[in-house]
Design a protein. Structure first.
Length: 360
């Protein structure tokens, strides 16, 4: 009987070791997929470099997301970003820095990107804004939280540190990243297309072929409807600066074999903003599963240049909200009060949802 127990624990130790290695390979080598943000309107440079410099003022933002908080190691993402308009050159510049942690071995990704956009006035109040993005990313892994075969004996886990040689390895990969995009907008409507990872970088830490990061396509569109008088958003400022509006929006993403659609609207009664979005495309399937992911309520508040936003992803997929406990997302944005000048009678800001504060 003791021989049988020994054999069973030996097999278990091998399976655990193989599982740990497979999890690591899955996160380090396999074709990747980018982080998703429910508050895509508060992470503009992540979606499209053409958004650089489109706020009413110079902006700085911080973002945090924790996904599926009920699993052992939730996916967590931190980001800081900023952008500024160079009015004399009809240009916008932006900086995006993101740190993402995922998986049992806590695979980390760090991205640093610089964005540039240029304002091109068109006829009848329309504006075209192309943008470029360039930077780099680093992927690395920490195996200290993994369970290895030499940490299991006849009585279960030993609690002792592992002597597996993989713990002495420091797998990492540095690679360049390039993106581009464009925006077309007028006083109330906007449409944008962003393409990330144009160079489809290889993410494999061993440079194994076939582990390229697919290009990500983002389409953003929406229409702002002013509810307290006035026509065009950019030319209208109600008395006291209070905005009351309704804005339906859409954000579509495609990367590799995966597609995703966020559709919903938000209501603004300055200084409060509330919204509701649905993520999914029920008629399509991703990896054989229905494309039905989440329902996302949101609330935001802005005051004297500061804006705070919270959203919650209620899981609708087969994972279920009880199993996942959903996802939480928080953003904090500050806009500096800077002198504002019109360039050739054109305002640089667009009417999309970005919780920006307009100084009066």
């Amino acid at each position: 009987m003791r021989l049988l127990y020994t054999f069973v624990f030996y097999i278990m130790s091998i399976r655990v070791k193989i599982l740990a290695i497979l999890l690591s390979l899955n996160s380090l080598l396999l074709n990747g997929q980018d982080v998703q943000f429910s508050q895509y309107y508060n992470t503009p440079l992540f979606s499209n470099p053409a958004f650089a410099g489109t706020g009413d003022n110079t902006r700085l933002g911080m973002h945090y997301r924790t996904q599926w908080t009920n699993i052992a190691k939730p996916y967590t993402t931190y980001a800081v970003w900023g952008d500024h308009a160079i009015e004399s050159a009809r240009s916008g510049i932006g900086l995006w820095i993101m740190r993402d942690a995922q998986g049992q071995t806590r695979t980390h990704s760090t991205e640093v990107n610089v964005s540039y956009s240029y304002l091109v006035p068109l006829e009848s109040g329309w504006v075209f804004r192309p943008g470029l993005q360039a930077g780099f990313a680093v992927r690395d892994a920490n195996y200290s939280s993994a369970l290895f075969g030499d940490q299991i004996d006849n009585n279960g886990t030993t609690g002792a540190p592992s002597s597996d040689p993989i713990l002495n390895a420091s797998p990492s990969k540095l690679y360049p990243d390039i993106g581009a995009g464009g925006l077309v907008y007028n006083e109330n409507f906007w449409f944008g297309l962003g393409i990330n990872h144009l160079n489809t970088p290889n993410q494999s830490v061993t440079n194994t072929k076939g582990f390229d990061l697919p290009m990500r396509f983002n389409i953003q569109t929406g229409y702002k409807i002013m509810l307290n008088g006035g026509g065009g958003y950019r030319n209208y400022r109600p008395q006291g600066g209070k905005e009351i509006s309704l804005t339906p929006t859409l954000n579509f993403k495609a990367q590799g074999a995966n597609t995703q659609l966020d559709i919903g609207l938000y209501y603004t009664y300055d200084p409060i903003m509330i919204g509701l979005w649905y993520r999914g495309i029920p008629v399509l399937y991703n990896n054989g599963l229905p494309n039905n992911e989440a329902l996302i309520p949101m609330i935001g508040y802005r005051h004297k240049g500061w804006s705070f936003t919270y959203s919650y992803d209620y899981t609708l997929s087969s994972l279920t909200n009880k199993q996942s406990a959903g996802s939480h997302e928080i953003s904090l944005i500050y806009e500096f009060k800077v002198p504002y000048r019109k360039t050739a009678g054109i305002k640089r800001s667009i009417p999309c949802p970005n919780f920006q504060r307009t100084y009066q």
